[in-house]
Design a protein around this ligand. Structure first.
Ligand code: ADP
Ligand code: MG
Length: 530
C-alpha cells in the first residue's frame, strides 16, 4: 500500500516500537533528576541562554529549564509541573515514579501482557493505595507541622537555617489562615516576600502586616496612621498625558492658563471626594501630581504612588478594598479598612507597613548576596507551601520511603485477590513505588537493594502499630522510625505523586502510534540542525 499523502514527510513509529521509544525518553528524563532526590541528593548547575547560572536540586526547576523536545518527556514534565502547582513539592518523586511505572510496564509487555490490561491494573493499584492511606496517616499537630516544614527543606539549605525557616513558615501560615465556605483556607500567596541583600541569612524574619519598600509621597503627610479607611486605585492622581498629535486651539490670551486651571480643578475635586469619603490612606498604581501633594497632606492623607499591581492586590485582600479604576469613580463600598499604617526606616530604606484585621504577614528574606537571598526566598516559599497545606488538611505520612514501602507491601497482598493479568500490573506498581527508597539510598551512598530489603524486613517483623513508619533515614544511614526522626510529609504530596504519575504513565501506555512531522526522532534533542 502506498504512503497516505497526508503522512508525507512524517516519520511514523507504531505499536511496540512506539512504546519502547517513549519509555526510553521517560527513563532518560528520570535519569536527569534521579541524583537530586532526597536530602543527600546532588545539585545541578543550570546555565541559560544568556549564560546566567543557577544551582538547584529542585526537580521541577531542572526539568522546566531543560530544552526538551520529546513529546513524552514533555508529558512527564507537565505531570511534575502539576505536582508543583497542587502540592508544591514531590516533583522529583513524581517523575521518577512515572518513569518506573513505564519501565515495569515495558517488562510486562515483553511477557505478552497487553498495555490496556496494565493500565487497568495500575488504576486498580492507585485506587487501592488511596483507600489504604487512612491507615498510614499521622495527625499534624503544630510540632509535627514544623517537622514537615523542616523535611521539605532537607538538603536545600544548611540545618540551622532549615529550622529557622520552618518556624517562620508555620508562623506565617497561621497569620493568613481563614475559614471559608469550603473549610479552612491558607493561601500562601497572601504572604508577601520582600528580599533584601545585605546582612546574614539568619537575619531573615517575619513582620506582621504587609511591608512594602515604599515611602509616602511627601514627608509632610502623616507618618503613622491609626485605624482608618483606605482607597486603592489602578490609575493615578495626575494630569492626563497630552496625546502627541493633539492640537490645542489657542484662540486668545489666557486659554492655556484656563485649560491648566480646569485640570487642577478636576484633580482638586478628586481630593475632595477622598476627604468626603473619609479616606486617610491612598495607594495608586500610577503617579500623583506634584500639585496635589499639598492638598493631600493638608487633608491628612498618607499617599503612595507607583505601587505595583501585585502589591495592590495583596492590599485589597488584606483590607477588603475594591481596586478602583480611578478616584472619580470611587464610592464608600469600594473602601477598605486598616488597623495601622506606618513608615519605618530600615537600613536606610523607608518601608511602609500596613496592618489589617485580615492578618497577613511579610517575610523579609535576607542574605549577603543575591544568590543567598534567592535561596532563602525559595526555601521559605517551599516550607510555607507545606505549612499552608497542613492547615487546610492536617494529615501527614512518614517520609524516607516508609510510606512507599508500606504501600508496596499492602499492594502485593492485595494483588493476590485479583484474578486476571491485572494482578501482574498491581505487583509491577508495588515494585515501582520502591524506586523512591531505592534512589534515596543510592544518593546517600548506600546499597539500594540491601537497604530496601532491610527496611522491608523491619516493617514486616515489627509488632508496633507504627511499623509502617519505618523508613530509611539518610542522615543516620539506616532504617529508623520516621515519625520519631521527624521526617514527615503532607499526605497531599504523596497522594498527588501517585495520582499524577499514574495518570502520566497511563497516557503514555495508551499511545501506539507516534507521528513525527518533518523531524527525525532518532536525533537527540538539541543536536544537529543548528
Ligand atoms: P521531591 O522533589 O520529590 O520533593 P526531594 O529532593 O525534596 O524530592 O526529596 C524528597 C524525599 O526525601 C522524600 O521522599 C522525603 O521523604 C525524603 N527525605 C527527606 N528527609 C529525609 C531523611 N532525613 N531521610 C530519608 N529521606 C528523607
Ligand atoms: Mg521536596
Amino acid at each position: 500500500m502506498s504512503e497516505v499523502p497526508i503522512l508525507q514527510e512524517t516519520t511514523r513509529s507504531t505499536g511496540r516500537e512506539a512504546l519502547r521509544n517513549n519509555i526510553t525518553a521517560a527513563m532518560a528524563l528520570a535519569g536527569a533528576v534521579r541524583t537530586t532526590l532526597g536530602p543527600r541528593g546532588q545539585d545541578k548547575l543550570l546555565i541559560d541562554d544568556a549564560g546566567r547560572t543557577m544551582v538547584t536540586n529542585d526537580g521541577v526547576t531542572v526539568l522546566e529549564s531543560a530544552k526538551v523536545e520529546h513529546p513524552v518527556a514533555k508529558m512527564l514534565i507537565n505531570a511534575s509541573t502539576t505536582q508543583d502547582r497542587i502540592a508544591r513539592d514531590g516533583t522529583t518523586s513524581a517523575v521518577l515514579f512515572s518513569a518506573e511505572l513505564l519501565q515495569n510496564a515495558w517488562e510486562l509487555v515483553l511477557q505478552g501482557v497487553h498495555p490496556s490490561a496494565i493500565a487497568r491494573g495500575y488504576r486498580l493499584a492507585e485506587e487501592a493505595c488511596r483507600g489504604h492511606f487512612p491507615l498510614l496517616t499521622i495527625e499534624a499537630n503544630e510540632a509535627m507541622q514544623q517537622k514537615a516544614a523542616n523535611t521539605s527543606l532537607a538538603g536545600k539549605i544548611h540545618e540551622a537555617m532549615q529550622e529557622h525557616l520552618a518556624l517562620l513558615a508555620v508562623e506565617a501560615a497561621k497569620a493568613i489562615v481563614s475559614e471559608g465556605s469550603t473549610g479552612t483556607i491558607a493561601d500562601p500567596t497572601r504572604v508577601k516576600i520582600l528580599t533584601q541583600t545585605g546582612g546574614s541569612m539568619t537575619d531573615s524574619h517575619l513582620v506582621t502586616g504587609l511591608v512594602l519598600a515604599k515611602k509616602r509621597v511627601v514627608r509632610s503627610m502623616p507618618k503613622n496612621l491609626k485605624a482608618g479607611k483606605v482607597a486603592l486605585v489602578d490609575g493615578g492622581l495626575e494630569r492626563r498625558n497630552m496625546m502627541s498629535d493633539l492640537t490645542l486651539n489657542v484662540s486668545g490670551p489666557g486659554v492655556l492658563e484656563s485649560f491648566r486651571a480646569k485640570e487642577k480643578e478636576m484633580l482638586d475635586a478628586q481630593v475632595e471626594l477622598l476627604v468626603e469619603l473619609g479616606v486617610t490612606l491612598l495607594a495608586c498604581k500610577e503617579g500623583i501630581d506634584d500639585d496635589m501633594h499639598k492638598a493631600l497632606s493638608d487633608a491628612g492623607i498618607q499617599a503612595y504612588r507607583r505601587v505595583s499591581r501585585s502589591d495592590l492586590d495583596l492590599l485589597a485582600r488584606g483590607t477588603g478594598a475594591v481596586l478602583g479604576y480611578d478616584i472619580k469613580g470611587l464610592s464608600a463600598q469600594d473602601l477598605g479598612v486598616f488597623i495601622k499604617s506606618r513608615n519605618e526606616r530600615w537600613n536606610g530604606v523607608m518601608h511602609w507597613i500596613v496592618e489589617t484585621e485580615e492578618g497577613g504577614a511579610t517575610f523579609i528574606a535576607k542574605g549577603s548576596t543575591n544568590e543567598a537571598v534567592g535561596e532563602v526566598e525559595r526555601c521559605f516559599a517551599d516550607a510555607l507551601g507545606v505549612a499552608c497545606q497542613l492547615l487546610e488538611e492536617p494529615k501527614l505520612l512518614p517520609g524516607g520511603g516508609a510510606t512507599q514501602i508500606a504501600l508496596a507491601r499492602f499492594l502485593r497482598r492485595h494483588a493476590e485477590t485479583i484474578p486476571g493479568r491485572e494482578q501482574l500490573a498491581v505487583e509491577a506498581y508495588a515494585d515501582a513505588l520502591e524506586v523512591i527508597p531505592r534512589v534515596l539510598a543510592e544518593n546517600a551512598g548506600l546499597d539500594p537493594l540491601d537497604t530496601l530489603l532491610q527496611v522491608v524486613a523491619k516493617q514486616s517483623t515489627s509488632s508496633s502499630n507504627d511499623a509502617h513508619c519505618i523508613g530509611l533515614n539518610v542522615v543516620d544511614r539506616g532504617p529508623a522510625d520516621m515519625k520519631e526522626s521527624g521526617v514527615v510529609e503532607p499526605l497531599r504530596i504523596t497522594r498527588q505523586v501517585l495520582a499524577g504519575a499514574t495518570e502520566a504513565a497511563l497516557s503514555v501506555l495508551r499511545i501506539d502510534d507516534v507521528l513525527w512531522a518533518k523531524q527525525d526522532p532518532t536525533v537527540p534533542d538539541g543536536i544537529g540542525n543548528e
